[in-house]
Ligand binder design. Structure first.
Ligand code: TRP
Ligand code: SF4
Length: 335
């Protein structure tokens, strides 16, 4: 059976939050568990350098923590290839060659590029590396001739660029690369505890690591229906972020009851949140156990990455042989 190759990456931003889990990671696990797929997931640590080059002190630990969360959430290194981008030097060679054929205008008009520069205005992002971010991403993807790339909507412009760059390579040299398709992951329904998008930089996240007192404090401080000022006011669950969380963590019968009780002011928000806290804690318990295991067995994390990276490198080596030949560079060795 010819399996479909799936590839995706995450920048090592450290410990993952519930938005990452429900927005991306669970989807990665589902794709992995479908036997018709062959999945490659990697830590985009060079991509982290594009915006964090001035302070690189956390990249290494963040890589480790992120991989611990991946494994704890169900990624399985015997089924998926989990690797480190900077461990496969071929990515940088393909990036260089793709940079030669990518018109500057394609990069300058990239909406993500413009937005990021505005959003991260505290940093100097007028670097070649930052402008070239999507070229490196294109190299990541087409290196493995990926069929599908699970990403959120924010990454669609990057995917489109990867398709255009692949097409341009095929046109200039030789048909080597299939055009990768985005596999859209649903819009995240979970907001941060302050009601904005859950994001590390907003400090409003519930992390996969949060448990006990930390977790319960966060859940208890969540924003609810803004019009429900007191317990005797009826609430509007469909406008309440706590209720969205119940949709994921609470059994359906209980969700239906909470909805009714909230609408007729028969349940207070504190009680509602306490229930939610218990359900999250219960659901996360197996994941927390795995995190503890890996924190005590950090060697395993290194092994998983080393092993996955050498598997990825084998494929990258073959692709790069084809690429050099297509570009018709002089060959010193006559293999
Ligand atoms: N740009 C992606 C993000 O910020 C990370 C990434 C790098 C990626 N290379 C990739 C995602 C290749 C998918 C495929 O989330
Ligand atoms: Fe939200 Fe629950 Fe309060 Fe209703 S009772 S407003 S669902 S927190």
């Amino acid at each position: 059976m010819k399996r479909k190759r799936i590839l995706s990456g995450m920048r090592p931003t450290g410990k993952l939050h519930l938005g990452n889990l429900h927005g991306a990671l669970n989807n990665w696990v589902d794709l992995q568990n479908d036997e018709s797929n062959e999945c490659f997931y990697f830590v985009a640590d060079w991509h982290a350098l594009t915006s964090d080059y001035k302070d690189t002190s956390e990249i290494s630990e963040n890589t480790r923590d992120m991989v611990i969360d991946w494994l704890s959430a169900g990624l399985d290194p015997s089924r998926s290839t989990l690797f480190l981008q900077s461990g496969v030097k071929e990515h940088s060679e393909l990036f260089l060659i793709l940079s030669m054929i990518t018109p500057l205008a394609w990069l300058e008009r990239n909406p993500t590029y413009k937005e990021m520069r505005e959003e991260l205005s505290d940093r100097d992002l007028s670097t070649a590396g930052f402008l070239g971010y999507p070229v490196l991403q294109a190299a990541d993807i087409i290196m493995y001739k990926a069929y599908g790339v699970p990403v959120g909507v924010d990454q669609l412009p990057h995917l489109e660029l990867a398709r255009e760059i692949a097409r341009r390579f095929n046109f200039l040299y030789r048909e080597i690369f299939p055009e990768p398709k985005p596999l859209l992951t649903g819009v995240p329904k979970l907001l941060g505890i302050d009601g904005r998008k859950m994001s590390k930089s907003y400090e409003n996240s519930i992390y996969l690591r949060d448990r006990g007192e930390v977790l319960s404090q966060k859940v208890l401080s969540m924003f609810t229906d803004p019009q429900r000022k007191s317990k005797i006011d009826p609430g509007r669950p469909h406008l309440c972020n706590v209720f969205s969380f119940h949709g994921i963590y609470t059994p359906a019968e209980d969700v239906a009851r909470i909805e009714e009780d909230c609408k007729k002011a028969a349940v207070g928000c504190v009680q509602c949140k306490k229930m939610l806290y218990r359900n999250i804690a219960e659901r996360m318990a197996p994941l927390h156990e795995k995190q503890d295991y890996y924190m005590n067995n950090l060697d395993e994390i290194r092994h998983v990455l080393a092993d996955g990276t050498s598997r990825a490198r084998e494929i990258a080596r073959i692709t790069m042989d084809e690429v050099r030949e297509a570009v018709r560079l002089y060959r010193i060795d006559d293999r």
